[in-house]
Design a protein. Structure first.
Ligand code: ADQ
Length: 488
């Protein structure tokens, strides 16, 4: 069986230079985990190449050449700028993303966005049909392509269809705001295997099916739910995504990172470092976090001169107005708090607005005394896991939002907070900072055990097993056993 992996974006960065188009692989946990599997099994990745300028023969040549270089097949879905705009900026980013993160007031329910989502699904289906073999497993990724399975079945495809949702699944009272709620839910139930990040998401999906599709039969197993509707069966299960723990921990222990950490320590001598690392996104709760830090400085003057918040933000979706506003709000808050508390030799917040190189990111993770991970809502949140993996000295404290998917497995060994509760987050900061190394170590050990065992290869293995794929030792070197008990 070959795995054909379908996602909104291909793991390609295409750039036009003086001598034509060049491509290189984009970075990210999923790419790192999937690439060896696709290579070993001769799999394929289908998706959009990230630019509408690259089309026709040029697009085919660039993706073929990229595929030869990385060792697995790649097929690009050609989309016009207009279609991609309506589909990605509109349907995905102005409707599904905010709604599924419980932020319905951010939604813009434009009927044309829904039409464009169908058009894009058909374009994806064209490429899938041309490339898929009869025995291939089709594994479709994330909220952009929830309806693709149904489109493929309508076209007569009989392959096994699996789907994984990286973001949360909302409860019925939120999901039902979606004008196309029935179509989306029914579309989802065309997949034979549906993967979700948490038990909470699985319960929400079950409640939505109960509310909107009462004719569907539901059967609850130990760790999964089975739905039967119109003669089709879907199994939905919980598969919390992980990171490549060994890679993070290994690089964090290299002398290059160590040296960078030593230099950082020198510039922050006598300081405890609190670290936030996020994509620029309103779901990540950055303004609330900054206000909480401001409140902590107001309430606990003993933090002055001894504590610095380093907030690293990666630019993202910058053409969308909400994201531009968010950037402005963050800059205003940083300026206000720094304006109020800065003293000679101490600036309370260091705001870094760029994508930082991997080595530097790992140095920050290793340096930070407190990882402040407070999204308003998050499917999983890999930053929480990366922070723990890089805490090789086991001296850090994870302060974690109860609304991050990561809290389901890490919550009992982290300091759990409600990110909307500014006083609560403000109080957690001195609490984490005064913890002694003896108090920090056992919690960090527990967190690291969960992150190490439930790594990205474990996630892949669990999901593929649920799809009936016999792995036969074909997983990565770090394949782990079954999930451990929750930390704590
Ligand atoms: P994201 O919303 O992108 O992912 P997250 O899981 O936190 O969120 O991953 C962010 C990634 O970006 C991390 O790997 C992090 O290292 C990296 N990153 C963040 N800031 C950076 C910076 N300044 N420089 C360089 N790298 C930076 C979606 C869902 C999540 C889910 C993942 C995986 O929204 O909930 O955990 O998919 O399923």
């Amino acid at each position: 069986m070959r795995i054909v992996f379908v996602s909104n974006r291909l793991p390609i960065v295409a750039e036009r230079g003086d001598e034509g188009w060049t491509t290189h692989a984009s970075a990210g946990g999923l790419v790192t985990a999937l690439a060896p599997l696709l290579k070993r099994w001769g799999g394929m990745w289908i998706g959009w190449a990230g630019t509408a300028e690259l089309q026709g023969a040029e697009l085919a040549a660039a993706t073929r050449e990229f595929g030869e270089r990385v060792g697995y097949d790649v097929a690009a879905v050609p989309l016009s700028t207009e279609d991609y705009g309506f589909f990605y900026q509109g349907f995905c980013n102005e409707i599904i993303w905010p709604l599924f993160h419980d932020l319905q007031s951010f939604c813009n329910f434009v009927p044309e966005y829904w039409t464009s989502a169908h058009k894009v699904e058909e374009a994806f289906a064209d490429v899938v049909e041309r490339n898929v073999g009869p025995d291939d497993l089709l594994w479709i990724q994330d909220y952009h392509l929830m309806g693709l399975g149904q489109t493929l079945i309508r076209r007569g495809l009989r392959n096994k269809l699996a789907f994984f949702l990286h973001i949360p699944f909302p409860p019925p009272d939120i999901f039902c705001k979606l004008p196309w709620r029935l179509d989306v839910l029914k579309g989802l139930l065309h997949y034979q295997v549906i993967g979700l990040q948490t038990r909470h998401d699985l319960n929400n999906l079950s409640d939505c099916v109960h509310a909107l599709l009462p004719a569907a039969e539901r059967q609850e197993g130990a760790s999964e739910l089975r739905f039967e509707i119109e003669g089709r069966e879907s199994i939905a299960g919980v598969f919390p995504i992980g990171i490549d723990f060994d890679e993070f921990a290994g690089v964090a222990a290299t002398s290059a990172v160590e040296q960078q950490v030593a230099e950082m320590r020198q510039s922050y001598a006598g300081q405890q470092i609190i670290l936030g690392v996020d994509r620029l996104d309103y779901t990540k709760g950055i303004p609330y976090r900054l206000r909480s830090f401001g409140r902590a400085l107001e309430r606990y003057p003993e933090l002055h001169r001894k504590t610095t918040l380093v907030q690293i933000v990666v630019p993202s979706r910058e053409t969308v107005p909400e994201y531009q506003n968010l950037k402005g709000e963050i800059e205003r808050l940083v300026a206000q708090i720094n304006g109020k508390y800065t003293q000679p030799g101490w600036v309370p917040i260091h705001h870094v607005f760029r994508s930082v190189e991997r080595q530097e990111l790992l140095a920050w993770y290793r340096l930070a005394d407190v990882g402040l991970v407070t999204p308003l809502k998050d499917g999983m949140n890999l930053v929480a896991k990366e922070y723990c993996a890089c805490q090789i000295d086991m001296n850090g404290v994870l302060v974690l939002s109860e609304f991050a998917g990561a809290s389901e497995r890490l919550g009992s060994a982290a300091v759990l907070v409600n990110p909307y509760d500014i006083d609560c987050v403000a109080a957690a900061i001195p609490l984490a900072i005064i913890m002694t190394p003896e108090e920090r170590r056992p919690s960090m050990e527990k967190l690291r055990t969960v992150v190490r065992v439930e790594n990205v290869y474990w996630w892949l293995g669990q999901f593929l097993q649920a799809c009936g794929v016999a792995l036969n030792g074909k997983m990565s070197p770090t394949t782990a056993g079954p999930a451990g008990e929750p930390a704590g």
